[in-house]
Design a protein. Sequence first.
Length: 189
Amino acid sequence: MNTQSHVIINAALLSRKDKPHLQRYLLLGALIPDLPMFVFFVVEAFMFGHPQQQIWSERYFLPQWQNFIDIFNAVPLILIVLGIGYRLKSEAVKFCCLSMLLHCAADFFLHHDDAHRHFFPLLQFRFSSPISYWDAARYGRIVSLIEIVITILASIYLFPRLNSRIARGVLIAVNCLSVLLYIGFATLN
C-alpha cells in the first residue's frame, strides 16, 4: 500500500476520540515501516545518482538494503517493543506498535516481487502475494483502485473527527493527490 493510505486507514481504525493525544503515535507507527524506503531512495537517487530503473530493479534487492528495510517491517521485533510498551504501561508505545503491525499486515498481502521478510530475523521467508498494490501484471490497477476507495471511505470517517482546518485540508489534499496519481498510473500501465 502507499504510505498515505497506511496513515489514513490506520488513523481511521485505531484512533480513539477519548485519546486524541495518542494519534501522533499511531501516525508514527503507520510511517515507520516505510521510512527506510525513503532513506533508501534518497541515498540511491540523490547521493549516488543511480537512475530509477536501476534503483528499483537492482539496488533495492541488495542484501544490505533488504536488511535495513526489513528490520522496520519485522513483526517479531515489533512484538517485542509492544510487549515492552505493555510492561511499561506506555500507551504511546502500544499505539505506535499496533499501527506498525497493521501496516505490516496490509503489506504482507500486497507485495509480490518486493515482499518484505515480515518474520525477520527469525525467518528469511518472504510471502510473495499473488496481488500487488503497484504491479499491473499482478492486478495493480484493481488493487490500487480498491486502496483509493478504502482510503477515501476512511477519510470520510475521519474528517468530522479532525479538529483543525489544516488537518482537514491535508486530508483532502492527500486524497486528491492519490486519485491523480492513480489516474496517471492507470494511463501509463
